[in-house]
Design a protein. Structure first.
Length: 202
């Protein structure tokens, strides 16, 4: 992104925040339209539950609308929204334990797009089966990660945050981030490639 485009985005966000502080419904609609999909992506990556992800993100927008005056604008608006989303997901921990189920369906839009926002390509039956099998194994691997490890894995693999950013985001040490990612990758790799994990040295 060039400097001018970045500056325009900052001005645009400042205007949006100001309109939100004035309680304008149109500004709230813009907020939802702009950030709903990426926040659903984060929530689903942590909860692995489409229905709860939608409820969490809805709560996030409600919280933001009520607490917009607390936004100091020393960071991008999405960064603030993402932090609130992660916190909401972690606060739902007890509810997860009561209602946890693993027959999760991916969140789709009205156009049946995936969470990544990309159109679903035309696939052959063989590739569809392969993708489903891979997705199922990946979901199994992510599902079995401990909660703290899963959050770090989602922020790194899904959100593309650096070790330093994750450490600052979660208020943990960079070494802790590295350790959790190491264990996450190891467990995910073991699930995705079970034959290799079963190999024993001669």
């Amino acid at each position: 992104m060039n400097t001018d485009a970045h500056s325009d985005r900052i001005r645009d966000e400042k205007d949006l925040v100001e309109q939100l502080r004035q309680g304008r419904k149109q500004a709230f609609d813009i907020l939802v339209a702009r950030f709903q999909k990426p926040l659903l992506k984060v929530a689903y990556g942590i909860t692995l539950d489409a229905e709860e992800s939608r409820e969490i993100v809805q709560d996030v927008f409600t919280t933001v609308f009520r607490q917009i005056h607390a936004f100091r604008q020393d960071a991008m608006l999405y960064t603030w929204l993402r932090k609130i989303t992660v916190n909401h997901c972690l606060n739902w921990k007890r509810k997860w334990k009561r209602r946890f189920r693993w027959h999760h369906d991916p969140i789709t839009t009205e156009n049946e797009n995936t969470l990544s926002g990309k159109d679903i390509p035309m696939d052959t039956p063989e590739t569809l089966i392969q993708k489903k099998q891979f997705r199922d194994r990946l979901m199994e691997a992510v599902r079995d990660l401990p909660e703290k490890t899963r959050v770090v894995f989602v922020l790194y693999a899904l959100e593309g945050l650096s070790y330093e950013e994750i450490a600052d985001f979660l208020n943990i040490r960079k070494g802790t981030v590295s350790s959790r990612l190491y264990h996450a990758r190891k467990q995910v790799a073991r699930i995705l490639d079970p034959k290799k994990s079963q190999e024993t040295p001669v």
